[in-house]
Ligand binder design. Structure first.
Ligand code: PGA
Length: 249
């Protein structure tokens, strides 16, 4: 049985103080739920959130990490640094990092290996096509190629731990959501690709999220799709009442 997993991605929003305000309000609204949840926040707010959510089962995630243990990599953060803070998750290969910060499938692969081999931090791997690729009918090839390169060299046990977020770039922050059928089709393709790369047992275990303009109004129909186990939520995760509504889909 795969447990639904809904994570927020705050991107470059919220200072420590704002994160604390969010956490206080969110904890008040957070009731009994079978859904796993986490907030992926900027590095500067991680420790504050880990502390604020200590007595809850709300997880905390980073949005990026470096693949080396340590070294002369100005501006980067290591897996050990995240481990020491007590972070549970780490987004890897978000399309904004691929587009603006030179993230490639090669660095994504190295980051997955580092996280899985040197920590218990669960990677949330983002894949997805852009608008031109979808319009050219290439979305399936793009996602299969990303997954194949990103998972290269991972064992069955390692692969089963990775959360995969299907995020069509044309639906991120645009208000344009993929239809539940489009999202389901791609999440089914992702599960099928994991089966081909590994086996049925591995693909049954893998949690697959949809991301791209998820909001309270569309969360139910997205979460009700068979192959979609969760959501990666950007904008709507910044407001406690909205994020709670999504979790309580
Ligand atoms: P959005 O972002 O929900 O604001 O579209 C999703 C994401 O980029 O993870």
């Amino acid at each position: 049985m795969r447990i639904p997993f809904i994570a927020g991605n705050w991107k470059m929003f919220k200072t420590k103080m704002e994160a604390l305000e969010f956490a206080d309000e969110f904890k008040k609204l957070y009731g009994d739920t079978d859904v796993k949840t986490a907030i992926c926040a900027p590095f500067t707010a991680l420790e504050t959130l880990v502390e604020a959510f200590r007595d809850t089962n709300i997880g905390v995630g980073a949005q990026n990490v470096h693949f080396e243990e340590e070294g002369a990599f100005t501006g980067e953060i290591s897996v050990s640094m995240l481990k020491e803070i007590g972070v549970d998750y780490c987004i890897v290969g978000h399309s904004e990092r691929r587009e603006y910060f030179g993230e490639t499938d090669e660095t994504v692969n190295l980051k997955l290996k580092k996280l899985l081999r040197d920590s218990d931090i669960i990677p949330i791997l983002c894949v997805g096509e852009n608008l031109a690729q979808r319009e050219a009918g290439k979305e399936q090839d793009i996602v299969i190629n990303q997954l194949t390169a990103d998972f290269a060299g991972l064992t069955h046990e390692e692969a089963a731990k990775v959360v995969i977020a299907y995020e069509p770039i044309w639906a991120i922050g645009t208000g344009k959501t993929a239809t539940p059928e489009q999202a389901e089709e791609m999440c089914a393709l992702i599960r099928n690709t994991v089966e081909k790369l590994y086996d049925e047992d591995t693909c049954d275990k893998v949690i697959i999220q949809y991301g791209g303009s998820v909001k309270p109004e569309n969360a139910t129909e997205i979460m009700n799709m068979d192959e979609i186990d969760g959501a990666l939520v950007g904008g709507a995760s910044l407001i406690p009442s909205k994020f709670i509504e999504i979790i309580n889909f």
